[in-house]
Design a protein around this ligand. Structure first.
Ligand SMILES: [Zn+2]
Length: 274
């Protein structure tokens, strides 16, 4: 708790400004990333770490923010989720990789989260957190000690996502960014709606695994159709030679699935009645 207490005034200062400068954005991300590393089971496996960073850097390196120092992490949680911090910190839960059959599906998620950073949605999200109280929301999000309804939502997603849900508009913008981001590196953007379909299906069969995704990323049938319209509008549904899978992806996915089971939540991570 001391660490959280120390970080809050700095963050409050950073987000209190009318506009957040690129340096402040990086600082916000870096500070929060330290807290995330202390609180979440980040996978520390050289092969898995280098694979996700190579894939992520390949995509991010061709965007308008190739100047950022991008960092990609796998969180050891079966919950399907991914999230982005300001300044270029992207987290993908192992559960998402376990649900993504093909490399273009994972590339689509990375492209989407990269999009949230580029469009500064993640900065805006933190500013919204401040309206609720940075101290309360950071504690809920990063330490899971919050016992409110919001805290429960955070607990449901394995403590691995910011509490605020992106707006529908932000989600659609990030989807549009994702299509462009993956196309630049020749991945098939069809991976984006394809994974959404997998998640919609999982919602019927394994709702607890995908609850977190649905609580932070609004997703309905119309969003899938919208993603396909975006792909068609860019003519990407007719481009030959786009890559849906790469040979190395199966081995990576196997390595992720073979990770030790996630640590059990500690008693203070339990919500009321759980
Ligand atoms: Zn999103």
């Amino acid at each position: 708790m001391k660490r959280i207490a120390a970080i809050v005034p700095l963050l409050a200062m950073a987000v209190g400004a009318c506009s957040v400068s690129p340096d402040q954005e990086k600082q916000m991300g870096e500070q929060t990333a330290h807290e995330v590393a202390a609180r979440l089971p980040i996978v520390d496996d050289p092969y898995i770490d280098s694979y996700i960073n190579e894939l992520g850097d390949t995509i991010a390196g061709r965007t308008s923010r190739s100047d950022l120092q991008w960092h990609f992490y796998i969180v050891n949680s079966h919950q399907v989720n991914a999230f982005a911090l300001p300044g270029g910190y992207i987290y993908v839960n192992r559960g998402l990789i376990e649900s993504a059959d093909r490399a273009d599906e994972l590339a689509g998620v990375l492209g989407h989260e990269i999009g949230h950073v580029i469009l500064r949605h993640s900065v805006k999200q933190m500013q919204q957190e401040q309206k609720l109280g940075v101290a309360a929301t950071l504690a809920c999000t990063l330490t899971n000690i919050c016992k409110s309804g919001l805290g429960e939502a955070a607990i449901n997603i394995g403590g691995s996502a910011m509490i605020s849900r992106y707006s529908r508009k932000d989600e659609l913008e990030a989807d549009s960014e994702a299509v462009e981001n993956v196309l630049r590196v020749n991945f098939d953007p069809e991976g984006i709606p394809a994974l959404f379909e997998v998640l919609m299906e999982q919602r019927k069969t394994e709702p607890t695994i995908v609850d977190g995704w649905f609580s932070t990323h609004p997703l309905e049938e119309s969003r899938i159709q919208q993603a396909r319209r975006l792909i068609a509008a860019k003519g990407a549904d007719n481009v030959a030679g786009l890559v849906q899978n790469i040979p190395s992806y199966a081995a990576f996915r196997k390595a992720v699935s073979s990770l030790p089971e996630p640590p059990p939540p500690s008693p203070d991570q339990q919500g009321p009645g759980q």
